[in-house]
Design a binder for this molecule. Structure first.
Ligand SMILES: [Mg+2]
Length: 189
């Protein structure tokens, strides 16, 4: 009866809609950058103000979206140059109340990996490769193709590298919202 759009959708509805559409479009893993993506600030990998303060900077759209992605059966990973994995884990636990954050794969940079010059050319590829290895080790039927991975990252260089490696990728800006993510999924993915 009622035409679509006559009743404003709740944030939870939009988040669920995005998650379902990602599944429909073949995405299996959503990899999110942390600094200036999940949180609106940049920790520079040396945040000293505690997890409570940092949790207050988690963008509302990701508070809604991440649990719905997981509900829809997508795997969620955090791929970050930061090495503060404990802090990131605490922030996710506090910000995402209704989901099993233990299922989120957190990949910080590893000391074993090459330095910053490598980061410019490889973007988040080492992190993503490491996520895929973890998922495969968890279940050997988890074989993820490159075009089944979506990277959300505020760094345009990382987005470009990801696309060059055959992934889907969306550049996060300061005005990111569930609506802008939904438009990307509808029109550009
Ligand atoms: Mg970032």
């Amino acid at each position: 009866m009622s035409g679509s759009g006559s009743v404003p959708k709740s944030d939870a509805d939009i988040a669920l809609d995005i998650a379902n559409k990602l599944v429909k479009k073949g995405i299996k893993v959503v990899a999110l950058d942390f600094d200036q993506t999940i949180v609106s600030v940049h920790t520079s990998g040396c945040w000293k103000q505690g997890s409570v303060k940092l949790t207050s900077h988690v963008r509302p759209c990701f508070r809604h979206l991440i649990p719905k992605l997981m509900e829809a059966g997508l795997r969620v990973a955090v791929v970050t140059y930061s090495m503060q994995s404990g802090l990131i884990s605490d922030v996710l636990n506090s910000a995402l109340k209704d989901c099993d954050t233990n299922r989120i794969v957190i990949k910080t940079s590893s000391k074993d990996w090459e330095g910053e010059s490598c980061a410019e050319t490889l973007g988040k590829q080492q992190h993503i490769a490491s996520v895929l290895t973890d998922l495969y080790n968890e279940d050997h039927t988890n074989i993820i193709q490159s075009n089944e991975i979506l990277l959300l990252d505020d760094d345009m260089d990382n987005v470009t590298v990801a696309v060059n490696f055959g992934h889907k990728a969306f550049a996060i800006t300061d005005n990111v919202s569930l609506e802008s993510l939904c438009r990307y999924v509808n029109n550009a993915l």
